[in-house]
Structure formats: structure tokens, C-alpha cells
Design a protein around this ligand. Sequence first.
Ligand code: PLP
Length: 490
Amino acid sequence: MSSQPNPLSVEQNTPEAQAYRHALDVIGAVEPRVADAIRGEITDQRSYLKLIASENYASPAVLLTMGSWFSDKYAEGTVGHRFYAGCQNVDTVEQLAADLACEVFGAPYAYVQPHSGIDANLVAFWAMLAAKVEAPYLVDQGVRHVNDLTEADWEDLRARLGGQRMIGMSLDAGGHLTHGFRPNISGKMFHQRSYGVDPETEMLDYDNVRALANEFKPMTIIAGYSAYPRKVDFAKMREIADEVGAYLMVDMAHFAGLVAGGVFDGDFDPIANAHIVTTTTHKSLRGPRGGMVLAGRDGTELNEFIDKGCPMVLGGPMAHVMAAKAVAFAEAKQPSFADYAHQIVDNAAALGEGLKRRGARLVTGGTDNHLLLVDVAPFGLTGRQAESALNDSGVIVNRNSIPGDPNGAWYTSGVRLGTPALTTLGMNPSDMDEVADIICDVLTHAEPAAAKSGPSKAKYLMGDDVSQRCKERSSALLQANPLYPTIGKI
Ligand code: PLP
């Protein structure tokens, strides 16, 4: 038995502990319910094993940077070219964030204003549309600006912009809604077709991508995913794009941390292979909540359009978040971040092995990135039931469709697991074996509850003893690997 007190039950005196205590006092004096909710959030985050593949724990330095007076600034425009006076400090942090992003990713240009992944994708789409459609159209018409077009030519241009095509990975194979699917604005902007995975291996089917690209002739091929547990060969995707004269856009929102940390290199490095790359900054990259667009390494005509987010799809940039991006990129430049990125992947592999050894089926049979997709149908459960049973046992995951999912996108047949957050806590492959055991304990003991017309797809039954023992085991792992130990008791 350890005689060390749990650092989370002690009032620490570190600068960050003091900063947060005082900050909560200041907030609580105005609206105590918000201060309480913030305390509630850290308590929850410290009480569950977080296996949400898209989440992480940003450092206190990143978090504190967002709570600064940069939040008060308007700074429409770009560095040195603002529509507002008084932006010299915003210029400093925006330039720093962009320079650091270029260093971390080996990119020739970075645009750090997008507020999120969806914004970054919109900026990239409109950069491609501007380069391919709008700019040549203005040249043809002999005008410099869209405002100089006649009404009829403007309507003609709008129709041309709306007539473009893209292909992206299908949703049930792990693609993302922003890759041209109808519920998202991208699906309303583009004619979209999706490519899938091989039904046997569940691996990305490059022949299918090539055949579709040749038949559909898209302006853009999007590679990238939110729930595909394997590497993507971006060199091969670029070959296909070049064959049909398309742009290759990689959305590395999920795995940017693995790119920054050098896990995905060579043919698997998006910057080395794509024309344009988008990302979020808050997932495996472990920065503030935000987005970014990077130019591909070989540089193309797209580069001059990458920073035209405002006024196209963005208003004023969030300077406090750009400052926090700079802090996060400075962290990602450290050699310890490369160790972290490799550990994420080692942990995912160990978690996968642990699950398989205990009889679980993983989509594609395993993982070579930060995430895994567990098929829960063999346990007799829907993804929704598995998600709830795990949540009630101290493990946070999200349900996810699997290829050819018979249960659709709401109930699903899978759960997605990711290791970036637990790896930030310092967990290692032997901890992952314990996590796999906890997960399988829950999945083997949960069963569908009865509904009027047969087994429920949403409700589940499981003995309290199972959730109790799993909670205790999850809690033991979290005590040994505490979240924000230097912040301590809040
Ligand atoms: N692209 C991918 C691949 C994603 O996984 C996500 C978010 O899950 C996004 C884009 C959108 O990011 P955001 O939620 O920051 O808008």
C-alpha cells in the first residue's frame, strides 16, 4: 500500500493551482453556478477513464492562455493587414502560432485562424474553389474582383462554384460529415460520392478510390477520418488524385498529434503528400479547441488562397485561442511530444491486443493509429447499450457505426476507443491490459433489457456488482495516473 497522499486531495501551491483557485473565486463571485460547473467538470474528468478518441487534456499553460485579454480583441484580416487598429500583440501571437505550426509539421504555410475543424475544412474548400473556379473566371472576364462582375456573370460563377465534385470516405467506414455529406454544408456545396472499405478486410480499398475517382472526376479527393483505425497511404491517394487532376486534401483532425510526433511519416505524412491539409488542434495534438489549415509541402497555386478565411467563412479570429495554439505548438516541438505520440500508438496496440485476447472483435482486426473500433454485436449489444454500460462503470467511450452497420448511426454496433487522453495521464501498455479487462468485464455482463416488441436497442441490464467493481478498478488506475496532479484539490 502506498503511503503517499493522493495529490488530488491536497491543496497544491504550484502557480497553476493558485491560478485556478483564484480564477474560480473571481468567477464564483459573479455567477457561482458557473464556478460550480467548472469544478464539477474537473471532478468528472478525474473520475472516468476517458477513451473518447477525439478528446485529450490540454496543459495548464494552454488552458490559461485562453483565459486572457486577447479574448477581447477584434483582428479581422491577417498579420500586418488588419481592418482594425491596435492589433500588434495579436500579430505577434498569430505569427508565432503559424511559424511554430510550420516547424512542427514541416509545412511551408499555416493559417491558424479557423475556430474549429469544420471551419478549417470550409476554408480549405473555398481555397480550392477560388483557385480552380473563381480566380480563372475573373481572369476570363477581365475583372479583378467579384464585385466587378455583371449580375448575369455573377450568377454564372455561382452556378460553376456550386457544380463541383468531391469524394470522401463513407461515414460507416469512418469518414466525417464535413467531407461532403448531405446533413453538412459540404454536402450542399458539392456533388459528393464516397469510397469505402473492403468488405472482407475492412481496410481502405484504394482500388475502389481509384475507380471512383476515374469515373466521377472530382475536383477534390478528401482523405482523413474520424473512426478508421488504420494508417492511410497518402502517397497512394496523391497518385490517384494526380491521375484524375484532382486536389488531394487531407483532414488530419484526428491524428495530427501522430504527424507532429513523427509516427506518421513518409508515405503516411499528409504534409508531404497532399495539396492542402486541415486539422483540429484539440484532439491528439493536445492544444486548445480550434482548427488550422496547412499548405502541402510542395506548394501549389492554392497557397495564396489558404489565408482567405475572413470574410469568406470566418469573422474575427479568436486571438486568445491563436495564442494558446502557439503555446501548444511549442509543446509539440519538444522531444517529449514525439515520445507521447509513439506511446499513444503503443497503447492503442496494447489495448487492441488485450481486447482480442479476451474475445472481442476489432474492426480491421486491430489498429495502427490512436483508435480502435470494437464490434459489440458478438456481445449481443448495440453500440448505444455498450456506451451506457461502460459509462456506468467508469469508462467513457462513444458509440460508432461499423462498416455495413445494421443498426444505423443512432444505435450502432460499435464503440470507438482512443488512447490520446489516457496516454497524457501517463498510462502504459500494462495499464491498457487492465483497461481491456475492465471493458470486457462490462461487455460480457451487460445484456439488452426487454422492450415491448423484443430486446431494447437502447436500454441494458447488468448487475450492480459488475459496475461497482469496474468503477473501483477504473478509479484505481486514475489514482495511480492522476489528472492535473500539480493543480491538486480544486
Ligand atoms: N474533421 C474530422 C476528421 C473530425 O473528426 C472532426 C471532429 O470530430 C472535424 C473535422 C470537426 O471538428 P470540430 O468539431 O472542431 O468542428
